[in-house]
Design a binder for this molecule. Structure first.
Ligand code: NAD
Length: 504
């Protein structure tokens, strides 16, 4: 009778040796440690396993869930029925049928207590725990439980947390009512809490005109359809998404959001926050002198990288954008890497950057993982440089959806090309646009020193072009190619490039 060969002894592979603590029965030394259980951490774990097949990886995260996609929390989930949302948010059971939110079900992960027993290795997820200190010299971390774990290679994939506004912090410290009615938004628990509170509220003020402020303001109008919730949006810029979009598209986006039923207050900052006990509402004073009152406030004014470990570790932080400083190989120090929102990396094409989007988390996590598992003696396990130009997308409606690659920053010079005749110029000069005009596809080039450094594809799906060769690149890959070529682009060249994207 044929017998299968026994798996290679784990002791043969340095990546598979785990030491357990006699006292706690939990790992006290692991070859691969990942701090953070978001998309960057998960992508790294998978890449380590792919390069070093018998490896044992320990991932520590402070959330009670296995890794999941955050983007649907501000968009799709608000358009689903209650029972669908419940199924989507459960990491148990037949996940592939119920949810595309989670990357893997809970059952995929090995219990930390059993990691040393996994003959062919695997990924263990220690949930609900925070790493509070990192000692680089001794290659050791300390958890909030007091446990200490030594590592061979470590990844910082700690992500970011919502920025707070001092005026709200001060009011919340004074008033428990303000504290309980001020919401921030980042994770599944925030989604559930906001949904419950919004269902009971009569009015909500969204503060912020960025991605989250815009997406959630529009998503909250779904609640408004059922309950009559009043949705207000306050932002300091003159238009929504003004930090990303050229003025004509920012203006169009604002019009769309207003037409969805959101009352907007552009050019306003919050100057005071008080509890109005007579009305039972939060009163928000604005820089123009007017004030708004509402049952609920949602503060969406950006995130800051979770770099608290830098202090104990003596790590360098990007003085401009925050984030652990890493090189193009995503290495902060020997055997220590960082990826995702939490890192400021050297982009060999576009210079130093910190990027806060899921595609970057996935791709940078994968490179960090490969580099952690690299082996100079093995040509199949070479170190690589993070060169992927990550993309991101915004989808406020079927006719207001876009993808972008590269430096998409409205402070740069932009040139827009639309299927319709030009409606308004990129320098913000008045145009004759109507809400319908920007339903047409378009492309926006972001320029630095005459070269294209960013591309935004407006209402242009990333599909293979229909009327060209079968293996033509997707539009996003074409955009990546244009950036990589670094050609000087005059207006005629840009017009020709726009045609390559099938805008016309
Ligand atoms: P953001 O950076 O997109 O926008 C921040 C907004 O807050 C801007 O309007 C800014 O002017 C405003 N702001 C900053 N400081 C302020 C202050 N002191 N007072 C008043 N306003 C202030 O960040 P976000 O919208 O909070 O999103 C959070 C994170 O989630 C980001 O990392 C974002 O990239 C990500 N996200 C991305 C998408 C997407 O790509 N579609 C969607 C949702 C969230």
């Amino acid at each position: 009778q044929a017998t299968l060969p026994a798996p290679a002894a784990p002791a043969d592979s340095p990546g598979s040796v785990v030491t357990m603590s006699d006292r706690t029965g939990l790992p006290s030394r692991v070859p691969y440690l990942i701090i953070g259980s978001g998309f960057a951490g998960m992508a790294a774990a998978r890449a380590i396993r792919a390069s070093d097949p018998l490896s044992k990886v320990l991932m520590i995260g402070d959330e009670p869930y296995p890794p999941y996609l955050r983007p649907p929390l501000s968009k799709e989930l608000w358009r689903r029925k209650d029972d669908r949302v419940k199924a989507m948010l459960s990491p148990l059971g037949d996940m592939r049928r119920n949810s595309w939110l989670f990357v893997e079900p809970d059952s995929f992960f090995i219990e930390p207590r059993r990691l040393h027993l996994a003959d062919t290795g695997g990924v263990s997820l220690w949930k609900g725990r925070r790493v509070i200190a990192l000692d680089i010299a001794d290659k050791r971390v300390t958890l909030d439980s007091g446990d200490r774990i030594e590592y061979g290679k470590c990844l910082l994939a700690t992500g970011g947390r919502p920025r707070t506004l001092p005026v709200f912090d001060a009011a919340a410290a004074q008033s428990p009512e303000v504290a309980s009615r001020t919401a921030y938004f980042r994770n599944i628990d925030d989604f559930q809490s906001l949904r419950n509170k919004a269902n009971q509220a009569k009015s909500v003020i969204v503060i912020g005109g960025g991605f989250l402020g815009c997406e959630l303001a529009v998503s909250l109008t779904e609640v408004a359809k059922k309950t009559g919730l009043e949705v207000h949006q306050v932002f300091k810029e003159s238009g929504t998404l003004a930090h990303v979009l050229p003025p004509h598209l920012s203006e169009h986006t604002s019009k769309f959001i207003a037409q969805s039923g959101v009352a907007q207050y552009p050019g306003e900052r919050v100057t005071s926050v008080d509890w109005d006990s007579a009305a039972g509402q939060v009163k928000v004073g604005l820089s123009s002198g007017r004030s708004l009152s509402a049952d609920l406030c949602l503060v969406a004014v950006g995130i800051e990288a979770n770099t608290q470990l830098a202090e104990s570790a003596g790590l360098e932080i990007d003085p401009g954008d925050g984030g652990f400083l890493v090189n193009a190989e995503l290495e902060a120090r020997a055997d220590l890497y960082a990826a995702g929102d939490a890192c400021s990396y050297y982009d060999v094409l576009l210079g130093r950057r910190r990027v806060e989007h899921v595609n970057h988390a996935e791709e940078s996590g994968a490179v960090a993982g490969r580099n952690m598992a690299s082996d100079p003696a093995d040509p199949d396990r070479k170190r690589s440089t993070y060169q992927h130009q990550s993309s991101f997308w915004c989808n406020l409606a079927n006719t207001l959806a876009w993808d972008a690659v590269g430096l998409v920053d409205s402070r740069l010079e932009t040139q827009s090309f639309f299927a319709m005749p030009p409606l308004a110029s990129d320098d913000g000069a008045a145009g004759s646009d109507t809400a319908e005009d920007y339903q047409y596809p378009g492309v926006v080039f972001y320029l630095k020193a005459g070269r294209v450094v960013g591309i935004l594809l407006w209402n242009l799906p990333d599909e293979i072009f229909q009327d060209k060769k079968a293996f033509a690149p997707s539009r996003l890959n074409l955009a990546r190619k244009v950036l990589a070529e670094r050609q000087l682009a005059d207006p005629a060249a840009l017009q020709a490039l726009a045609r390559e994207f099938d805008v016309y």
